[in-house]
Design a protein around this ligand. Structure first.
Ligand SMILES: Cc1cc2nc3c(=O)[nH]c(=O)nc-3n(C[C@H](O)[C@H](O)[C@H](O)COP(=O)(O)OP(=O)(O)OC[C@H]3O[C@@H](n4cnc5c(N)ncnc54)[C@H](O)[C@@H]3O)c2cc1C
Length: 205
């Protein structure tokens, strides 16, 4: 297996209208099958502008003041808390249309912290260990985009929005079946790339 770590795919290479591999900033790879799983960035790789967009989520991580303070996930309308076995508590999250901006801002992190304390007052003096933001891959109809593209050998698996961790195993399973030419046990029509007819009409998908 060849890996080009930290590299960026710049284009899908075609030969006779079929996939031939990918070009990256550092190198290029020959491959008869290519899967675009670039999350919120999926639409940036030629030749197809898949309609994914970034939906930002800010989170923070607290050090639990006592072992066993939380035994399971708890949530309120404003916030959810995820206890980790190492004593960390993850506090999430925002859902922001903020473009490709992965910065956190102090006011938002403080608001999440206050909401966590309102739900579990013992967290008032909990140390903030870390904050960060991620970009979820959103789509126009909030459903994933899974399956073959009009270009033979080129597939897409993106748009999992808020559920991509949960759906990773089943996505891997159905994509492997599609790529091997088998019929998955699930009806994937609602997730077909072809449903975005205006992108198709524009010659993009
Ligand atoms: C704060 C937050 C909390 C979340 N909580 C949950 C949760 O509890 N449960 C859950 O199921 N989901 C959760 N999600 C959603 C989940 O993280 C996403 O749905 C999931 O990460 C999408 O996976 P992906 O592999 O499609 O995209 P990503 O995880 O975004 O991975 C895409 C990768 O492609 C790379 N890439 C982009 N462009 C290129 C390129 N041109 N060349 C090469 N590489 C490229 C990116 O750098 C990235 O590493 C959360 C998301 C956030 C932000």
């Amino acid at each position: 297996m060849d890996v080009s770590s930290g590299d960026t795919v710049t284009a899908v290479n075609l030969a006779n209208d079929c996939v031939a591999g990918v070009a990256t900033r550092k190198t290029s790879f020959h491959a008869p099958k290519v899967v675009n799983c670039a999350g919120a960035w999926s639409g940036q790789i030629a030749p197809y502008a898949f309609p994914t967009r970034p939906v930002k989520g800010q989170m923070l991580c607290l050090a639990s003041p006592s072992r066993g303070l939380l035994k399971h996930v708890v949530r309120s309308p404003e916030v959810y808390l995820i206890p980790r076995s190492d004593g960390r508590i993850l506090v999430g999250t925002t859902v922001e249309e903020a473009g490709f901006d992965k910065r956190t801002d102090v006011a938002t992190i403080q608001r999440l912290h206050r909401a966590a304390v309102a739900m579990v007052p013992e967290l008032r003096n909990a140390k903030i260990l870390q904050d960060w933001a991620g970009l979820r891959p959103g789509t126009p109809d909030a459903l994933p985009i899974l399956g073959p593209t009009p270009t033979p050998g080129y597939y897409v698996a993106t748009g999992h929005f808020r559920d991509g961790i949960l759906l990773a195993p089943i996505t891997a399973q159905v994509m492997a079946e599609i790529i091997e030419g088998n019929n998955p046990d699930y009806d994937l029509v609602p997730f077909s790339p072809a449903r975005f007819s205006k992108w198709q009409a524009a010659g993009q998908l």
